[in-house]
Design a protein around this ligand. Sequence first.
Ligand code: NAD
Length: 254
Amino acid sequence: MAILPTITEMVDLNGKRALVTGGGKGIGAAISARLVEAGAEVTIADIDPNIHEAAEELSVSFANCDITVPEQLQAAVRQAANDSTLDILINNAGIYPPTGPILEVSDEFVTRMLDLNVRAQYSASREAVNYMSNGGSIVNISSIAALRGGASITAYSTSKAAVIGLTKAFANELGPQKIRVNAIAPGIIDTEGLDEQKEALKEDGIDVYAAIAANPLKLAGGPDYIARAALFLASDLAEFITGHLLVVDSGSTA
Ligand SMILES: NC(=O)c1ccc[n+]([C@@H]2O[C@H](COP(=O)([O-])OP(=O)(O)OC[C@H]3O[C@@H](n4cnc5c(N)ncnc54)[C@H](O)[C@@H]3O)[C@@H](O)[C@H]2O)c1
């Protein structure tokens, strides 16, 4: 029987270059830390200029950019690829202000949500593929909101459901180039971004703490739960997996 490689051999990302959008905080920062731990050369693309300190702590390079702006996104991808090749793209940056009741939602709100959460993920993947001549792995961050919807988060649910379609379509087209494309649907994860929205969500009838208490494993989600899943999908451990949505939610949607 063939001797299987050890786990550490299989998640060795030495010599690989990765780009993590929105990688300065929350889920993105945890994913960046895990990729660095596995040996990857990581670049964070983040709109927040203060992230440069976090980037230094994480030992990653920092591209201060708004990924919805094409020239800024292209420059960030080029930087991450070191003008050469890119192996991993983590499409993580996203916003989730509560949408409010459908009848009160403006077109501008929906457009802004879709522009970052969907269109920029599409564009980032397209730009990254230009540098993935050796094959690669793209991991898109969706949400359990894509699977079960929710009152007052209709625009967000719509955007994150689109990410699943995008993932499957890209996986089909890019498979022959040995580029795998997968998505993760996180459950409720305690991040700064979520913290900022908790009160507004509660006013709209979504109690984050009650939702955590109701999940089968009774676990409060930390960013590293998602980072471990992203590391798995990004690495050769997931060599046979593409077009997949990995739900990481302590059983909330079970
Ligand atoms: N936290 C949760 O409970 C949860 C659950 C499911 C899915 N998600 C998804 O996970 C992802 C990360 O969520 P989080 O809670 O870590 O968010 P967060 O708000 O804590 O961090 C998001 C990061 O993205 C950056 N960013 C925002 N807009 C950007 C832009 N235009 N260009 C570049 N960077 C930008 C921010 O500066 C920030 O550093 C999002 O896509 C979110 O929808 C989060």
